[in-house]
Write a protein of this length. Structure first.
Length: 316
């Protein structure tokens, strides 16, 4: 598909996910803007934009993935540099928005860090945010600038539709994942089940009860992000123990921290399907993991924003 870009369009990327940005630029038929990201000996980040952005509509691609704080600081400094260089619009394309799990006060004296990151992005000069699968969709309300919140679920659903699996049940790995499971189930026309987790004491393992019929079925666990892998791997083992025939798992954001890869490789999960909102290092790429691209979805949204067309069709 050929996209029409105006002369004032510019696209930059920083260090978090250059592969994704290069794929997006290729689909758009444009070159990535020239900039350098270096560090002083004490770790301070220095950014230099190596071309004029005066009066331009700029898109900056940066996921807040590991090392999270470095990548957030890169983004904030880049936004500030663009603002001071007289960019007309600064659109932040943030495929993975970190700190999103800290979206409320669950206990006394806790911060709401998801709101803090939103404030920092706005204060630095961002004029629009484009992201995929907030941990909590209501986090859009933390911003006073436009937020386009895309979903990776249709991308995951299309992959499983092509596999033509039989006797499928969609499984929420915890109570907070039911809405997400219903969305995937509605696309695949499948029933849902829930892994109800209860922890009697802080240092006691979860007690898991399966709510729904999974006997002899092909189960697909869905979550928004895979961090340590504990929830999906323990859930997969519980599903097999309770009669599921096969277990697949999927999620938009492959955080894969700690011993996640070891847990996944030794679990009951036949295949784990994720997207490339986060760049997966070579050492974490195992045959069990399939990676799908969000580049076409992000590019379509960017083109619509740039040409002042409705983005809403992408939410459906």
């Amino acid at each position: 598909m050929a996209y029409k870009l105006k002369k004032n369009f510019k696209m930059f990327t920083l260090n978090s996910n250059r592969k994704l940005a290069e794929e997006m630029a290729s689909l758009l038929g444009c070159e990535l803007g020239k900039c350098s990201v270096t560090q002083f000996s004490d770790g301070e980040i220095q950014i230099n934009i190596e071309e004029s952005v005066r009066g331009s509509e700029v898109f900056v691609v940066q996921s807040a993935s590991e090392p999270t704080n470095d990548h957030i600081m890169e983004l904030l400094i880049m936004i500030d540099a663009l603002k001071r260089a007289s960019a007309k619009m600064i659109n932040v394309v943030m495929p993975y928005y970190s700190y999103a799990r800290q979206d409320r006060k669950a206990r006394s004296r806790e911060p709401i860090t998801a709101r803090l990151i939103a404030d920092l992005l706005e204060k630095s000069g961002a004029t629009r945010i484009l992201t995929v699968d907030f941990h909590a969709p209501q986090a859009q309300g933390f911003f006073d600038i436009p937020v386009d919140h895309l979903s990776g679920i249709p991308i995951l659903a299309a992959y499983f539709e092509k596999k033509a699996l039989e006797n499928v049940v969609i499984v929420a790995p915890h109570n907070g994942g039911v809405v997400r499971a219903r969305k995937l189930a509605s696309i695949l026309d499948a029933p849902i089940a829930l892994i109800d987790r209860r922890r009697p004491k802080h240092d006691v393992s979860d007690i898991m009860n399966i709510v729904g019929n999974i006997e002899g079925k092909t189960a697909i666990i869905i979550d928004d992000l895979i961090d340590t892998g504990t929830a999906i791997t323990s859930g997969a083992d519980a599903l097999i123990k309770n009669g599921a025939k096969t277990v697949y798992a999927c999620g938009t954001h492959p955080v894969f921290s700690g011993a996640a890869i070891e847990r996944i490789s030794s679990s009951s999960i036949k295949e784990l399907v994720v997207t490339n909102t986060i760049d997966i290092p070579v050492e974490k790429q195992i045959p069990q993991i399939t990676v799908l691209s969000v580049a076409p979805l992000l590019v379509e949204a960017m083109e619509r924003i740039h040409n002042e067309k409705a983005v809403s069709p992408l939410f459906e």
